[in-house]
Design a protein around this ligand. Structure first.
Ligand SMILES: Nc1ncnc2c1ncn2[C@@H]1O[C@H](COP(=O)(O)OP(=O)(O)O)[C@@H](O)[C@H]1O
Ligand SMILES: [Mg+2]
Length: 366
């Protein structure tokens, strides 16, 4: 049987409070009443919650220091308990009921299977409008799925028309951003995945969180808030699977909030002079947020610009180049973008995916 979170709280009232929070988090816990019982489960439990009154007895029991021990208290911790908390290396003191939101999130995380693979978080932006960023983000996710991955691709551009449409998934049921906008830190990866549209692709499965399209009298589609985007990003990342973000050129608070989480930031730039100028302006803004993108230089080059010219003009290194994808506009219009594992676009996506996470690329190719 899998080890459960250990609750060593003698005070019944406080224990009830802890059990109530655990139920809200969908987390099964094991309550024990004495230190001897706790000893048997101490090392294996994913998380240990110790009541403030029990805490002073633990250092002399020599249970050993471990991570993931939380002290639970109904009020400020008494001095003796503080001393024990420091000796034990307690991660944090949780005061209930005030800290229940934190505790729900932490308990929910223990129910997630541990991430076993390096999971890249890749953000994709366009050097100019219509550069091909959404198409490339979709291609990255498809490339990952074809290798057997379960990537999550997140559309962060409320004016992009919906990434589900790019992927030909507009009829697949599941939530769009409008249904996830109240997401908070307590989201688990499995809940998220089962709520979102997903399709099989190659040996894997692709899940998309798309912006919608305004219907009826709605003035506009909802943009993800920074909190909701971070919650989704964290849940996706915790699953140990790649997350791809289709980012708008407008660096909204939600976008800047997630920039520092990126394993790799990709800027798709058509090999054109104006695209270079436009991309250069965006690169400066990104630098302001401590992010340096790598370029995917997209042909054709009507004026003969090389990848090196583009790199020099924009001021960023080149990750890869790609020739124009034949017949792409028609495929996008017909909703048949998926299911074409060959071509310049997929090849470039494969290369970038491998750069973002060599472990994933090699591990799944075996
Ligand atoms: N790799 C490519 N090769 C050829 N045409 C492309 C490519 N990527 C995008 N396009 C064309 O550019 C259009 C805009 O692409 P999109 O990905 O929506 O751009 P962005 O998200 O940067 O605004 C697509 O509808 C398609 O016609
Ligand atoms: Mg786009």
């Amino acid at each position: 049987m899998e080890a459960r979170t250990l609750v060593l709280v003698e005070d019944d009232e406080l224990a009830d409070e802890v059990l109530r929070v655990a139920a809200a988090a969908g987390c099964e816990v094991e309550r024990v009443w004495d230190v001897a019982e706790a000893r048997r489960r101490w090392a294996a439990a994913p998380l240990v919650l110790v009541g403030a009154n029990t805490l002073p007895r633990l250092p002399e029991a020599s249970l050993g220091r471990r991570r993931g021990v939380l002290a639970v208290s109904a009020g400020p911790l008494p001095e003796g308990s503080w001393h024990a908390a420091v000796q034990l290396g307690v991660d944090r003191v949780v005061t209930l009921p005030g800290d229940d939101e934190f505790l729900v999130t932490t308990l929910a995380e223990t129910t997630e299977p541990p991430a076993t693979r390096a999971a890249p978080v890749v953000g994709v932006l366009g050097g100019r409008g219509g550069a091909g960023a959404s198409t490339f983000a979709a291609s990255l996710a498809l490339a990952s799925a074809r290798r057997g991955g379960h990537p999550l691709v997140v559309d962060c551009d409320p004016l992009g028309g919906g990434l589900d449409l790019t992927l030909g998934m507009e009829k697949v049921s599941g939530l769009r951003w409008s249904g996830c906008s109240t997401a908070t830190g307590r989201l688990t990866a499995s809940t998220l995945r089962s709520a979102l549209p997903s399709v099989e692709e190659g040996a894997g499965r692709l899940t998309v969180l798309s912006c919608g399209r305004p219907t009826g009298g709605e003035p506009s589609t909802e943009a993800p808030s920074p909190e909701a985007l971070l919650a989704v990003l964290d849940a996706g990342h915790r699953s140990g699977e790649p997350v791809v973000l289709d980012l708008p050129r407008e660096l909204s608070p939600a976008v800047t909030a997630c920039l520092w989480r990126l394993t790799l930031c990709v800027l798709v730039v058509p090999a054109e002079v104006r695209a270079c100028a436009s991309a250069g302006a965006l690169v400066r803004r990104l630098a302001h947020h401590g992010t340096e993108p790598g370029l995917v230089v997209r042909g054709p080059a009507p004026g003969g610009l090389t990848a090196r010219d583009v790199s020099t003009a924009v001021g960023c290194p080149v990750l890869t180049t790609m020739r124009p994808e034949p017949g792409l506009a028609g495929r996008l219009d017909r909703g048949s973008f998926r299911g074409r594992p060959r071509g310049p676009l997929s090849a470039a996506a494969e290369r970038v995916l491998a750069m973002a996470s060599p472990a994933v690329a090699q591990g799944s190719a075996a």
